[in-house]
Write a protein that binds this ligand. Structure first.
Ligand SMILES: C[S@@+](CC[C@H](N)C(=O)[O-])C[C@H]1O[C@@H](n2cnc3c(N)ncnc32)[C@H](O)[C@@H]1O
Length: 161
């Protein structure tokens, strides 16, 4: 675990989280079960962050591997049944952009640190109700903002750029 985060900063994060322990509930529901059967009980103004297993390297990173059809089914559940504001994060794979075609997407470069450092693309995908600032003074954010909502034709180019 400390390949990604130095021990000291991990400890600090855990201690900060602990100060909010009364506001945190931890469950172990399957993601689709949680969306379909539990989110309706959360306040309307809830903001849901979905961080599914990576699309491109699932077998190395996770024991419970998601296959393409699992990602596709989850994308459908999120877009059709998640009636709160939401954001999904993924590695920037063309297939993922296509599963969420038409949604606002924020594609950016990320430096991975697991085992070896290499640069990859990551994407945030937003529900229509989430408002995104139209511009940013940070150039990498501005660049990503200009690439919002890639079309089917532009998805491959956006990931390769
Ligand atoms: C990209 S990681 C999320 C990591 C987490 N957000 C964090 O920052 O530590 C994906 C997570 O999804 C979990 N996962 C895999 N299949 C799942 C399922 N069917 N329902 C809910 N979570 C699942 C994996 O165990 C893994 O922890």
């Amino acid at each position: 675990m400390d390949a990604r985060f130095p021990q000291e900063s991990l400890i600090k994060r855990i201690e900060r989280i602990a100060t909010r322990k009364d506001a945190i509930a931890v469950t172990n529901y399957d993601a689709e079960d949680f969306i379909l059967n539990h989110i309706a009980h959360l306040p309307e103004k809830s903001f849901i962050y979905c961080d599914p297993p990576y699309y491109q390297q699932p077998s190395r990173l996770y024991l419970n591997r998601y296959k393409r059809e699992d990602h596709a089914r989850l994308a459908k559940v999120i877009q059709q049944h998640l009636h709160r504001k939401w954001v999904v994060s993924y590695d920037g794979a063309v297939d993922i952009l296509l599963l969420y075609l038409g949604r606002k997407t924020f594609l950016y470069d990320l430096q991975y640190n697991a085992r070896r450092a290499y640069k990859g693309k990551e994407v945030f995908i937003f529900s229509d109700a989430v408002r995104i600032p139209p511009s940013s003074s940070l150039s990498f954010v501005e660049q990503a903002l200009r690439r919002l909502v890639p079309t089917r034709a532009s998805a491959s180019a956006a990931v390769a750029a």
